[in-house]
Design a binder for this molecule. Structure first.
Ligand SMILES: CC(=O)N[C@H]1[C@@H](OP(=O)(O)OP(=O)(O)OC[C@H]2O[C@@H](n3ccc(=O)[nH]c3=O)[C@H](O)[C@@H]2O)O[C@H](CO)[C@@H](O)[C@@H]1O
Ligand SMILES: C=C(OP(=O)(O)O)C(=O)O
Length: 431
């Protein structure tokens, strides 16, 4: 079983390049299902989730190739077996993103219901309800959502859809479905994340007519056909945020190439309030954290909310940072009901945190000490890496399949900044 072995205490210095965003790449790859022409996607990160999505698309009859230069070539000329089986969906919930494009392109989809996962129950009722409003008939049978069009109906039809809550992949699924539907669709209460904007920009490059992406109301005029395109995946704001928290905690000065400050507003504000130096450049972010060494970082309270609020995908990493900053902070998780599983593992490293329901109270100023810990979900694993980088002695982080879902070679990138971190299948000295 592989582990990351980290010897804490090194400052991070230098330059790192942020990869393409997982949460943008996954819907963009699915958008290739909307056309029978070739699609070329640049800056596609090398992640397990991307491999799983390519395997899923291949299973459906899409020709796929992810080349060494991080460009993915996709061609959904003829769709063979448009099914997303549970084996693939279970390992990656974003498989649900095949539902909208398949319904739009061929009027049939069979996608396994994702079920619950480590961070919460995560239903997909809004995806299904939206497609029903566009004329789809759906049943859930043997654990699969089977969606069809009524006899004699060729295409989904545009609709006005107000989701009960803001849902990121729900908005993406309905946006892709609406792009090929007949007539106009209004998505009200739409998610505004940068990944939605990236998807809309790719769809527009394919010939879709979309307005209002990046706001809570997206207007789509369906077209009969979409064509192929070439598009580049936006930089990963969560990977960038993870590096920012790591540098803030360890101290040092790092330039994050390609990171976009405007996508990280809420996180950058908290870092600045904490006492960290942040400079947003045209094509990157520079961070310096001299206060880390002298114990001058001030812990920050925050609530996770939809974009542009503080992202739930940054909650665990910022919690690790708050553990070593000074003062008491309160962290409220409002998006997922079970996203504090890293608390127990951070406690093993010496953190003082009390979690009760949606709220965790962190007593800062902890002197962390290395230990064996296990990842419980993707961002939890990143929080343990950050804690390991500041902990005294050796930290061994296990269950790396969570980390590998969403970080493109994080250990090489951290090593390039001076961290003492390596991957080993033999384990370290941690008990
Ligand atoms: C691949 C991808 O982009 N994943 C991101 C996406 O997940 P994902 O799109 O799955 O998250 P949603 O935005 O849909 O979830 C927001 C909330 O709405 C609830 N909900 C959602 C849909 C639905 O039909 N019914 C329902 O009840 C969820 O359980 C959750 O409590 O947005 C999350 C919130 O920013 C991020 O943490 C994930 O990293
Ligand atoms: C929760 C996440 O991803 P997913 O929706 O793929 O589980 C994440 O990226 O932090």
């Amino acid at each position: 079983m592989e582990q990351l072995i980290i010897r804490g205490g090194q400052r991070l210095n230098g330059e790192v390049t942020i990869s393409g965003a997982k949460n943008a790449a996954l819907p963009l790859l699915c958008a290739a299902l909307l056309t029978d022409e070739p699609v070329t996607l640049h800056n596609v990160p090398r992640l397990h989730d991307v491999q799983t999505m390519l395997a899923l698309l291949h299973h459906m009859g899409v020709a796929t190739r992810h080349d060494a230069g991080n460009t993915a070539h996709l061609h959904a000329g003829r769709l063979g077996e448009p099914e997303a089986p549970y084996a693939l969906v279970r390992s990656m919930r974003a498989s649900i993103l095949a539902l909208g494009p398949l319904m739009a392109r061929i009027g049939y989809a069979k996608v396994a219901l994702p079920g619950g996962c480590a961070i919460g129950s995560r239903p997909v009722d809004q995806h299904i309800r939206g497609l029903q409003a566009m004329g789809a008939e759906t049943v859930v049978e043997h654990g699969n959502i089977i969606a069809t069009l009524p006899r004699g109906v060729q295409r989904l039809r545009g609709a006005r859809i107000t989701t009960d809550m803001v849902t990121v992949t729900g908005t993406e699924n309905l946006l892709m479905a609406a792009a090929l539907a007949e007539g106009e669709t209004i998505l009200a209460n739409a998610a505004q994340e940068p990944e939605i904007v990236d998807l809309a920009e790719m769809l527009i490059a394919m010939g879709a007519q979309i307005e209002g992406h990046g706001t809570g109301r997206i207007r789509i005029q369906g077209v009969a056909r979409l064509h192929g395109c070439e598009h580049s995946v936006v930089a990963d704001r969560i990977e960038a945020g993870t590096f920012l928290c790591a540098v803030a905690a360890t101290g040092g000065e790092v330039l994050l190439h390609k990171a976009r400050g405007k996508h990280l507003g809420a996180v950058l504000e908290k870092l600045r309030d904490m006492g960290v130096g942040i400079e947003c450049l045209d094509d990157g972010i520079r961070i310096s954290s001299p206060g880390a060494a002298s114990g001058q970082l001030q812990a920050q309270s925050f609530r996770t909310t939809e974009y542009p609020g503080f992202p739930t995908d940054m909650q665990a990493q910022f919690m690790a940072l708050n553990c070593v900053a000074q003062g008491t902070s309160t962290i409220t998780e409002t998006i997922f009901e079970n996203r504090f599983m890293h608390v127990g593992e951070l406690q093993r490293l010496g953190a003082h945190i009390q979690a009760d329901g949606k709220v965790a109270v962190v007593e800062g100023g902890s002197r962390l000490s290395g230990a064996a810990v296990n990842s419980t979900d993707l961002r939890a694993s990143a929080s343990l890496v950050i804690a390991g980088l500041v902990a005294e002695g050796e930290t061994c982080v296990g269950e790396l399949h969570h980390l590998d879902r969403g970080y493109d070679d994080i250990e090489s990138k951290l090593r390039g900044l001076g961290a003492d971190i390596r991957r080993s299948s033999h384990g370290g000295h941690c008990a």
